[in-house]
Design a protein around this ligand. Structure first.
Ligand SMILES: [Zn+2]
Length: 444
């Protein structure tokens, strides 16, 4: 496709002496169009081990998702030139697989005009720009000042103003805190959409009083706004994952925010190459201003924070620490596991798919995640990464949000009920009296 465009117009390009530039822009725009998505289904430990070969950087394979169970796929994006090599590998290892050609052509183009928004209001079943999200939250806080407060956190690397949404029926109550963040990985659009839907239901649904009394909700719907906006600029950038900070030494952008947290940092499952597109852990723990913000929210509220959920996509997993190792589990793993299964049941009861529940590092260890930091360094007793949706990879269609977001909301209701059950010894009005005996803090 790039070649064809070049041929037709090359006399103009040569005239202006812009061959290189033109080539670059034209090809970058269509980069993924001819790529193939290959879904590989490992059926044994040996095959899982074999798949590590594809991860080696020289193979130029982009890994979208790694399998965490035998019924699940490892999904990779492969350029047309590399398809024969990957197919050969698959054949040698006797792996089951599916191949979708021209994968990039399925990416939607995203930029929406502000006009449409003004005419139709803010829909929770669409993907919005970061400015539109901020505008919605500002208006919500103005309309419901008793329920919603915004805390300024400062600005992202590129200067976008970030605000923590605090929802409480009594902001002086000192209730247990449920902290939910989303969108540390830029391309996982369904995660911020879920965080916004959660905010919407908690604030606007009269039945949500139950979820609000005795619990304070802190929600940061877009942790990585620079990356998020970058994925909206063109189809070529739609699969960007990292932040957008500049590494001057290497002329490469971004850090994987979910490898950047300062607990067992970089001990497993990370890249030390700043130009790695997926899992570069950063030059040091908390090198990114965005992960510093999340850290600060956790540290400042560590006593009351009882649950942390980081929203990601995709794969329909609800995983808990440890992420940095698959060798062993935290000693409280049974409690973590039980709560996750209660949440999964609630989602399933609402018509959704159950979550696959396990420890994050069981199949592949990856250090520096926010869930490990919350649990291991801050002492938040319940900490999870929730991988929303299965199917459509990162390009989850807007038309399905109306179905799945309410299902996941039932999971959050279950979370709130469990937190109250465990941590409130009694209620005084809408306030929860936090159990004095619960200060287990075994992880701090
Ligand atoms: Zn993610």
């Amino acid at each position: 496709m790039c070649l064809k465009s070049f041929k037709i117009t090359n006399w103009i390009v040569l005239y202006f002496g812009l061959v290189g530039l033109f080539w670059q822009v034209e090809c970058a725009e269509n980069k993924y169009d001819n790529y193939s998505l290959i879904k590989i289904y490992p059926t044994g430990i040996q095959q899982i081990e074999a798949l590590k070969y594809l991860e080696e950087p020289e193979h130029q394979v982009e890994i979208l998702k790694k399998s965490r169970s035998f019924n699940d796929s490892t999904d990779i994006l492969v350029s047309p030139n590399d398809v024969p090599f990957v197919k050969e590998f698959i054949k040698n290892e006797s792996l089951n697989y599916e191949l979708k050609r021209n994968y990039g052509r399925s990416f939607e183009s995203v930029e929406r005009t502000p006009k449409r928004r003004i005419l139709r209001g803010f829909s929770f079943y669409e993907y919005h720009s970061f400015p539109a999200i901020q505008e919605y939250l500002d208006n919500l806080a103005k309309r419901q000042p008793d329920l919603v407060k915004l805390q300024n956190l400062g600005t992202s690397y590129q200067g976008r103003r970030m605000k923590l949404v605090k929802i409480s029926s009594d902001h002086n109550a000192q209730n247990p805190i449920i902290f939910v963040d989303a969108g540390i990985h830029a391309r996982e659009w369904v995660a911020p959409a879920m965080a916004l839907y959660l905010i919407h239901r908690l604030v606007n649904d009269p039945d949500a009083r139950k979820e609000l009394d005795g619990v304070d909700w802190y929600i940061l719907p877009v942790v990585n706004p620079d990356g998020y906006e970058y994925t909206r600029t063109s189809r070529a950038n739609r699969l960007w994952r990292k932040t957008r900070s500049k590494n001057s030494q290497f002329e490469c952008f971004g850090v994987d925010g979910n490898r950047n947290y300062g607990f067992k940092w970089a001990v497993s499952g990370v890249s030390t190459n700043p130009c790695d597109k997926e899992t570069y852990a950063g030059p040091k723990p908390f090198s990114e201003v965005e992960t510093q913000m999340v850290r600060n929210i956790m540290m400042e509220n560590s006593k009351r924070m009882k649950l942390y959920v980081s929203l990601h996509s995709y794969g329909q997993y609800l995983v808990y620490p440890w992420g940095y190792t698959g060798e062993y589990l935290p000693k409280e793993w049974k409690k973590l596991d039980t709560m996750a299964r209660i949440v999964s049941d609630a989602v399933q009861k609402a018509g959704g798919q159950p979550f696959k529940v396990l420890s994050a590092g069981k199949w592949y260890a990856a250090a520096g995640g926010s869930d490990d930091f919350a649990f291991g360094a801050v002492g938040v007793p319940y900490s999870y990464t929730m991988e929303l949706t299965n199917g459509f990879e990162f390009i989850y269609p807007e038309r399905l949000l109306r179905t799945v977001l309410p299902q996941y909301y039932e999971g959050f209701r279950a979370f709130a009920a469990q937190i109250k059950k465990e941590f409130c010894s009694k209620y005084i009005g809408q306030r929860c009296k936090i159990n004095s005996s619960e200060e287990s803090g075994t992880n701090s």
